[in-house]
Design a protein around this ligand. Structure first.
Ligand SMILES: Nc1ncnc2c1ncn2[C@@H]1O[C@H](COP(=O)(O)OP(=O)(O)OP(=O)(O)O)[C@@H](O)[C@H]1O
Ligand SMILES: Cc1ncsc1CCO
Ligand SMILES: [Mg+2]
Length: 277
């Protein structure tokens, strides 16, 4: 039987329902993330109603990872010594049936980083979220065409790369930018929420990936829908936060406040989610 597509109006309702589940269940999210994003990612998860734990020692992963609702791995400040803990956590998450979400920061910067990301992809992430350059680097398994943690590509430039990465890995793949794209290799959904100023705050990408982990934890059998919902809700929080922001620093504060206070009416009114298939 053909999979029934969620219609545009239903997407906003679904987004609200998944956020409500996050608020009700407060899923525990283990984050192994970079030093830059620790604060914003943890505060994003708390504002949305989930419970972050930035535990990254390989020594406590065997005890702790089986207790979590979802795992978030981000390679932003990757080193040879931090990599084994990421692999171990992903392996234990998979073994325990926990979803895990991957942010391949700056995947195309170096051979070392690219190989590490390709290794992690073999451990079957539930969702991969990157900017355009990161998803293109992973899909082509090549490095060089990027600018550190920032993208030199529009998200739409990475559409075919995202589809083929999704088909190759079995993950839901999300690419952020002016249009946030989500694909499983067949279906493609675009979420047009957010403001350009979000790019002027470091780690907003890392934080929206953390939020995806919380949404997937709240609705693990609908990882695709949860990914779309997290991207749209974060983008709407950015739009609301921008209304009285003076620049990136006040937007950063307002973003967290807006995410904390967002209600059903704001989501239904502002969500811009549609099929790009
Ligand atoms: N041109 C844009 N218009 C509106 N929103 C945008 C635009 N570019 C990015 N965003 C939003 O900014 C957030 C971060 O996305 P971005 O693609 O900048 O991530 P990133 O490059 O991985 O960031 P970082 O590595 O600093 O965490 C997302 O919510 C995305 O939707
Ligand atoms: C700026 C930066 N450098 C490594 S990780 C990071 C945070 C945004 O990805
Ligand atoms: Mg990033």
């Amino acid at each position: 039987m053909e999979k029934q597509e969620t219609q545009p109006k239903e997407w906003s309702q679904k987004s609200w329902e998944i956020l409500s589940k996050v608020r009700q269940n407060s899923p525990l999210i283990q984050c192994i993330t970079n030093f830059v994003s620790m604060d914003l990612a943890a505060n994003t998860l708390l504002a949305a109603g989930s419970s972050p734990a930035m535990l990254h020692s390989i020594d406590e992963i065997p005890d702790f990872t089986p207790q979590i609702a979802a795992l978030y791995i981000n390679v932003g400040t990757l080193t040879a010594s931090s990599f084994p803990a990421m692999k171990s956590a992903a392996e234990i998450a998979v073994k325990n049936g926990k979803p895990w979400v991957f942010d391949p920061v700056a995947a195309g910067c170096s051979g070392f980083r690219l190989r590490a990301c390709l290794d992690l992809l073999l451990l079957k992430p539930t969702v991969v979220r990157g900017n355009g350059s990161e998803i293109i680097a992973l899909s082509r398994a090549s490095f060089g065409d990027t600018k550190g943690a920032d993208s030199v590509h529009e998200s739409m430039d990475a559409l075919e790369a995202a589809k083929s990465l999704a088909l190759r890995t079995g993950a839901v793949v999300a690419v952020t930018g002016a249009v946030d794209i989500v694909t499983d290799g067949q279906q493609v959904i675009g979420a047009r929420n957010g403001v350009q100023m979000l790019q002027k705050i470091t780690a907003t990408g890392c934080s929206v990936t953390a939020l995806i982990a919380a949404f997937v934890a709240a609705d693990p059998s609908h990882a695709f829908e949860a990914t779309v919902a997290a991207l749209s809700v974060f983008g709407i929080a950015g739009e609301l936060g921008m209304q009285d922001a003076k620049g990136p620093a006040s937007l950063r504060v307002n973003l967290i406040d807006s995410l904390y206070g967002i209600d059903q009416e704001s989501i239904i009114q502002h969500a811009k989610i549609s099929s790009l298939s």
